[in-house]
Design a protein. Structure first.
Length: 163
């Protein structure tokens, strides 16, 4: 069971075009039907840089990381990107997020990430499990993420135009 409001914030003194945090990744011990959220325990995980990307429907890991983790794909699956389509290995993985929660998720794709200087991409399969907000007030980027989602945000209702 998830503790309400497990969250983290990434603050930068400038505008960021890429939102990157450190995460830990381990293989799942069983095949999953859906994502499972749990509290982080002191389980050894490979740490890596992960890009948070709301444009990706699924999470990815690099081929380099798949090799380091000695992963065995349970199946191949179709992946579509802006550059085209491909059939790639799929894995069940656990992502250790900065808020000390673990998201174990099925169907993580293997992708070409090394050229971007990252080994993982956090997609909407994980982001969609919580509240994710990015602001750029005063030229400084603030990204905050909380699991589970606790309420809806509607800036239109808060706007001075509505008063």
């Amino acid at each position: 069971m998830t503790t309400p409001g497990k969250c983290f914030t990434l603050l930068r003194d400038k505008l960021e075009r890429r939102l990157i945090t450190e995460v830990g990744i381990t293989p799942c011990r069983e095949n999953l039907e859906k994502a499972i959220i749990s509290e982080a325990k002191d389980q050894p995980a490979i740490k890596c840089k992960a890009l948070w990307n709301t444009g990706a429907t699924s999470s990815l890991i690099s081929k380099r990381l798949a090799n380091e983790l000695n992963l065995k794909s349970f199946q191949m699956g179709p992946m579509s990107t802006a550059s085209g389509k491909d059939i790639v290995p799929l894995y069940d993985l656990s992502f250790y997020l900065p808020n000390r929660l673990v998201v174990s998720t099925p169907r993580v794709f293997e992708g070409q990430l090394e050229a971007q200087g990252i080994d993982a991409l956090i997609g909407m399969d994980i982001i969609g499990l919580g509240d994710f907000i990015v602001s750029n007030y005063n030229g400084k980027t603030c990204m905050t993420f909380r699991m589970p989602s606790m309420h809806a945000y509607d800036f239109t209702k808060e706007s001075y135009l509505e008063k």
